[in-house]
Write a protein that binds this ligand. Structure first.
Ligand code: MRU
Length: 346
């Protein structure tokens, strides 16, 4: 007899970062892509919780909405495994695990939204599962809605530029910025993508290029330093018409934290008169955060810059600065696309 409620309720047909079944939380290891598809299974014990926290820290699962999803789902798996635990132990364990997960990555606000939602469910395992699966289902629905809203901005034949990875593996649904491209193509528009490789961890090269090829989306990969040239000349002579990017936290004034390099891309877009759009669910809008200066920016291990996939690319002792995100000022953002529609902050 099944003891764990599955997520998603209906088996997904497309790409997904994770799912839950009787064995626990299944997580696709995004560090291994595009070379290998490796799935990990994390159960509802302390080890499963700690392994999920480490998977988030090490970017085995990444992308703002997906980080929240993975954290929520492992808590749901844990809650369903606690049938013989006293209420006191249950509450203490839940608190401990939420505290640990909150420490994994600081910038993506979706993580905290998901954890707060689970925490608000109290000590009833069923309510915790409802809260966790509710976060994931809402995100999947938001992806579809914002994809459709954003697709209205695109014309047949448009080329769009994007950075990092904002597809299915970064969310609980079809994706944010890349989801707009998917929706537009479903409407019959021939949309092509120019993807920045996204140094230092290459989410654009490894994940966006891979997901586009899998989904039949025409994609041209460029290094981050080629963005201005691509905006001025268009790869292959086809002009880039718009930029669509995701977000990890959007402050109340519209300043937007996203993968390092996004700010440079927005400056280049402004110079070339190319509209720059941020695509994100409501869970990425942090209304309590007044502006970009108040957004916590994660700084990561210098080794990520000194090496590429473990191979040294710089002197081992060179000093490094490795912020994982930057903040694009609201003045450079043409519009935001969320499940509520397309709107401006400024
Ligand atoms: O460090 P990562 O890979 O988690 O960073 C991801 C991004 O910056 C994405 O652009 C952002 O989360 C939006 S994803 C839907």
């Amino acid at each position: 007899m099944s003891t764990v409620r599955p997520w998603p309720a209906e088996k997904a047909t497309g790409l997904q970062a994770f799912f839950v079944d009787d064995d626990g939380l299944h997580l696709l290891d995004q560090r291994e892509l595009p070379l290998r598809e490796v799935w990990h299974i994390f159960g509802g014990d302390d080890d499963g919780l700690e392994s999920t926290a480490r998977a988030i820290e090490s970017l085995a699962v990444r992308g703002a909405p997906a980080i929240g999803g993975a954290a929520a789902l492992i808590l749901a798996v844990w809650a369903q495994a606690q049938s013989s635990t006293s209420k006191e132990h249950f509450v203490a364990g839940l608190q401990r695990h939420i505290t640990r997960l909150r420490r994994t990555r600081p910038t993506a606000v979706n993580l905290f939204v998901a954890l707060d939602r689970v925490a608000a469910a109290g000590s009833n395992p069923e309510a915790i599962v409802d809260a966790a699966y509710g976060y994931c289902n809402d995100d999947a629905a938001a992806c579809k809605a914002m994809g459709d809203h954003g697709a209205d901005l695109l014309n047949d034949g448009d080329v769009v530029v994007t950075i990092c990875h904002t597809g299915a593996l970064a969310t609980c649904g079809q994706g944010t910025a890349l989801g707009v491209v998917k929706s537009a193509r479903r409407q019959g528009k021939d949309i092509a993508v120019v993807a920045l490789e996204t140094r230092p961890l290459l989410q654009g090269a490894r994940l966006t290029a891979w997901e586009c090829l899998r989904e039949g989306i025409p994609v041209t990969l460029i290094t981050d330093g080629m963005a201005a040239a691509a905006l001025s000349r268009g790869p292959g002579g086809r002009r880039i018409r718009r930029a669509f990017v995701g977000a990890d936290r959007i402050a109340n004034n519209g300043d937007t934290a996203n993968k390092i390099g996004t700010f440079s891309l927005s400056v280049s877009c402004a110079h070339h008169g190319v509209p720059f759009h941020v695509v994100a669910p409501r869970s990425t809008f942090d209304d309590a955060c007044p502006d970009g200066a108040a957004i916590p920016i994660e700084e990561r291990d210098p080794l990520e810059v000194r090496t590429a996939r473990g191979t040294p690319t710089a002197p081992v002792d060179v000093s490094v600065w490795n912020p994982a995100f930057d903040v694009t000022p609201t003045s450079l953002i043409e519009s935001f696309v969320s499940e509520q529609g397309v709107f401006r902050r400024r």
